[in-house]
Design a binder for this molecule. Structure first.
Ligand code: HEM
Length: 219
């Protein structure tokens, strides 16, 4: 995943998306593109191995142990003939698992890393987060997602890290499904667009530019 995301996030890869021939030119993106496909094959094999393991050990009568079990149980009802293509096919399960891996791994670990980097030099903020956790949950309880709403300061700091980090500077690609006009720019139906989080995250009207960021980092 790490190797693959290095290639996916490389500027050349974005160029490949804009102008596809680059990925066939060996001296440009060809080598990286092939490596990305090879890494993807490895991931597919890994995911397939887990699906097979689940198939061997699943009990269709009991509660699913995890996402793969849940899919296989539903697949049995929705696709009893095990059609190769379609919503409940194995291909779909592989695709969904790869999506979850790709979307959820690097994003989560990088957010945590950036959070640690940022509060490492902010003893004051660390102290306030710690105090909030101690006062709301005590010193013994392990935090779970259900505690999220009870920890507004901790949450605000996490969100602020996400804002100032802008983990996905170029975001995912989207496509317009109809003709639209934004700020006088006419965008035809079917155009690939890449929304820029930075323009929202660092909007000076909303966040007073860098000053706000520095306040969090330096206080
Ligand atoms: C802090 C961690 C995460 C960050 C910063 C993050 C960020 C993003 C961003 C920026 C998008 C694109 C939104 C857009 O289209 O405008 C996205 C989409 C997505 N994320 Fe995450 N994500 C995180 C965690 C996860 C996790 C843990 C999962 C799943 C296990 C996940 C699954 C997805 C999926 C499936 C999409 C595509 C949704 C769609 O088809 O529109 N993400 N994420």
């Amino acid at each position: 995943m790490v190797e693959s995301s290095k290639i996916i996030n490389h500027p050349l890869t974005f160029l490949m998306d804009l102008w596809k021939p680059i990925k066939y030119l060996k001296f440009l993106g060809g080598h990286s593109y092939k490596k990305m496909l090879d890494l993807n094959d490895e991931l597919i094999d890994y995911v397939k191995m887990h699906i097979e393991e689940h198939r061997k050990t699943i009990n269709f009568e009991s509660e699913p142990r995890d996402y793969i079990d849940a899919f296989l149980i539903e697949q049995k009802k929705q696709n009893p003939k095990m059609e190769k293509y379609g919503e409940w096919s194995d291909l779909q399960l592989i695709g969904t698992l790869l999506d979850l891996f790709a979307a959820g791994t690097d994003t989560t670990s990088s957010t945590i890393t950036m959070f640690i980097f940022n509060i490492l030099h902010n003893q004051n903020i660390q102290k306030q987060i710690h105090e909030e956790i101690d006062s709301v949950l005590g010193k013994e309880k392990i935090i779970t997602m259900s505690d999220q709403t009870k920890l507004p300061y901790f949450n605000a700091c996490l969100q602020e890290i996400q804002r100032i980090t802008t983990l996905l500077p170029l975001n995912l690609f989207h496509r317009t499904v109809e003709n639209i006009e934004i700020d006088g720019y006419k965008i035809p139906k079917g155009t690939t667009i890449i929304p820029q989080f930075e323009s929202v995250h660092k909007d000076e009207n909303e966040f007073n530019g860098k000053i706000f960021v520095e306040k969090l980092i330096d206080s």
